[in-house]
Design a protein. Structure first.
Ligand code: COA
Ligand code: AMP
Length: 633
């Protein structure tokens, strides 16, 4: 292990309280915490329990106080609408404090929940920071989710208010948000008291007052609102993510730990200083967007880019290079799928050669495993380090990475590098013993988790404990499997639950199965993620029909695909559902999803000893061949 990194890492593990006490000195506190870590009620650990601070103050006001208000905080670049703008820290604060006043006028108080369902526009960032300013808890919902998912988040969070926009833009289509929101409000049992809608120029929609008001109207009688003082253990936000069932889990983030940890990562993991331009090409609806479009870069006081577009098609595979060169971006963070999309469209890098990327120093990839081919292609093209790092919505920052601000380590293709300071990562084998180097098993993190991770689930302490902390007492179960090699490099090989990763988006196959089971002709079904060259994985559905169904298979498949689009959303990218005669099961009735996946991916599989009828596997293989699904990857 390299010496400098090794020293810092060891300290974070052996003396976590001292380590995180020092890091906490770098943020603004109204009242500094006297207690660093309360360990009295495991697995519910509390960082900085008696500290008092404010997320928005640390993102904006502190920099203005320090005379850096004229520095650019946010660059908005939207190739999809052909718009660009820049906001200094002063300008952004002015917008945020006004909108905070508007929220307050609508009765939103400390602790109230606010749903934000918006496209990638500056107003979305303003809404998030305005919530933080008044101590409201935001819950951002990704625009690619359907009404049903939005409704479940309204119900679970019991949100007081919803902020949305008239529309979003996807290549080739306008996403009308208002009908989706109206349907969600109709479906939700909990009733929100107000909707604030940002009218996108040229796409104004009709509003039904008094429940619905426009963004402009909400600002008309609003005054600036100061940052309120908030306890460190209160929540900054809830971000719902796919769980092992159809019910999403509300990951909560406590305020103090979130600020301390994210600010620490900007220099130590990403090597970003205050004068740098940083770009995270994700969406604010995902954890990467929360942490690295909005919070971490603003806590650091650097410049962050908000990009409303796609890696290809807006207008071409050179967009990423244009943004990097136009704004002097030092480092980019995105999902491997974005690079696979560029590689597919422009394998020779013809677009790349049109731009000067002298400013560019590193590319960070996460969200799914970065395949060595893509990393090598990006390295050859960009001539900078390409760093695969591993993290989860639950943790909000990287569990393993090359910590480039501490010490650059060598790349091992296929590995997400070493555990980041703060995370004591270990592997537990199926016999419940700790693995030796290179032995496969479940990847776990020894408790307590560092600051900035999730202290619990929204209103679901029991689910938190049972789901994540019970199978391996004393450890957080990541639900990823893999091994650690003899140099401490972590290799993430697969999920151990029903989560799949589609274009860097986390989806539950169980949730898709729940929707398919609602089709009146479907007796049972299985959904699995099969390998896909562009998106990493794609979900496919296998449907077994009830006896006596006389509808044709094609109609049933189309209806099922439409149901998933309507109930979960286009983001599920669910385009394949085939009717089969029967599903392979164990003698105890468990569907052999893993085996079917291997057959579909055309990789070697062992005949499961507990299978009830081995002949079904040949049948399934034929079905997959007939439907041109075999060997999709
Ligand atoms: N609002 C509404 N719909 C959305 C949406 C949004 N914010 N984002 C995606 N969708 C829709 C897409 O339009 C598409 O709909 P379609 O079935 O009508 O075509 C569907 O959801 C699937 O989207 P996606 O998986 O993104 O596929 P794509 O073909 O549109 O784009 C990539 C493929 C690789 C270009 C794209 O996935 C991408 O840029 N990924 C970058 C990775 C990323 O941001 N990951 C987030 C975590 S870091
Ligand atoms: P999300 O919560 O959406 O960020 O998804 C987290 C999951 O994505 C992890 O549990 C992993 O399964 C996967 N993931 C994220 N980053 C990586 C990576 N660098 N390598 C492999 N898998 C990853």
């Amino acid at each position: 292990m390299s010496e400098k990194f090794s020293k810092i890492y060891e300290k974070s593990i052996k003396e976590p309280e001292n380590f995180w006490k020092e890091a906490a000195n770098n943020i603004f506190w109204f009242k500094k915490p006297s207690k660093i870590l309360n360990k009295s009620n495991p697995p519910f650990y509390k960082w900085y329990e008696d500290g008092i601070t404010n997320t928005c103050y640390n993102a904006l006001d502190i920099h203005i106080d320090q005379g850096k208000g004229r520095r650019t905080a946010l660059i908005y670049d939207s190739p999809i609408t052909d718009k660009k703008s820049k906001f200094t820290y002063e300008e952004l604060r002015s917008k945020v404090s006004k909108f905070a006043g508007a929220l307050s006028n609508q009765g939103v108080k400390k602790g109230d929940r606010v749903i934000i369902y918006m496209p990638m526009i500056p107003e979305a960032v303003v809404a998030m920071l305005a919530c933080a300013r008044i101590g409201a808890i935001h819950s951002v919902v990704f625009g690619g989710f359907a009404s049903n998912e939005l409704a479940s988040r309204i119900d679970d969070s019991k949100a007081k208010l919803l902020v949305t926009a008239s529309c979003g833009f996807e290549p080739g289509r306008t996403v009308e948000y208002k009908p989706l929101v109206d349907e969600a409000i109709k479906q939700a049992k909990h009733k929100i008291s107000k909707m604030i809608l940002f009218q996108r120029p040229g796409h104004e929609v009709k509003l039904n007052t008094p429940l619905e008001i426009s963004w402009e109207e909400s600002l008309s009688n609003a005054s600036d609102h100061d940052c309120v003082e908030i306890n460190s253990n209160d929540y900054a936000y809830i971000l719902y993510t796919s769980g092992t069932t159809g019910t999403p889990k509300g990951i909560v983030r406590d305020i103090g730990g979130h600020i301390v940890a994210l600010k620490w990562t900007m220099k130590n993991i990403y090597n970003i200083d205050e004068d740098d331009i940083w770009w995270s090409a994700s969406d604010i609806g995902w954890i990467v967007g929360h942490s690295y479009i909005v919070y971490a870069p603003l806590f650091k006081g650097c410049t962050t880019v908000l990009f409303e577009g796609k890696p290809v098609g807006t207008p071409d595979a050179g967009t990423f290079w244009r943004i990097i060169s136009e704004y002097n971006v030092k480092s980019l963070f995105t999902a491997p799928t974005a690079f696979r999309a560029i590689k597919k469209e422009d394998p020779e890098g013809k677009f790349f050669s049109k731009y000067n990327l002298n400013c560019f120093e590193s590319l960070f990839l996460a969200g799914e495993r970065a395949d060595p081919d893509t990393i090598k292609w990006a390295e050859n093209l960009l001539k900078v380090p390409v760093i695969d790092h591993w993290w989860q919505t639950e943790t909000s920052w990287a569990i393993s990475s090359n910590c480039t601000g501490i010490e650059m380590m060598k790349t091992k293709y296929g590995s997400a590098c070493k555990a980041v300071p703060g995370y004591d990562v270990q592997i537990i084998k199926s016999d419940q013993t700790l693995a030796k180097p290179n032995e496969m098993g479940d990847i776990v993190v020894k408790l307590p988790l560092p600051p900035g991770t999730f202290p619990t689930l929204w209103n679901a302490d029991k689910r938190y404990e049972e789901n994540y902390m019970s199978n391996y007492p004393g450890y957080y179960q990541t639900y990823d499997a893999g091994h650690i090699d003899d140099e401490g490099y972590i290799w993430i090989m697969s999920r151990t639950d029903d989560i799949i990763n589609v274009a860097g988006h986390r989806l539950s196959t169980g949730a898709i199965e729940e929707v398919l089971s609602e089709h009146q002709s479907v007796a049972e079904c299985a959904v699995l993620g099969i390998a896909d060259k562009l998106k990493g994985q794609l979900p496919i559905g296998l449907l077994v029909l009830k006896a006596g169904v006389d509808k044709d298979n094609d109609t049933i498949s189309k209806e099922c695909i439409q149901m998933v689009r309507e109930k979960i959303g286009p983001v599920a990218a669910f385009k394949v559902a085939i009717v089969i005669k029967r599903l392979p099961k164990t003698r105890s009735g468990k569907i052999l999803r893993g085996t079917i996946r291997k057959i579909a991916d055309n990789v070697e599989y062992k005949m499961p000893p507990t299978i009830d009828d081995p002949a079904i596997l040949d049948e399934i293989k034929q079905d997959l061949i007939d439907n041109k699904i075999l060997n999709n990857g």
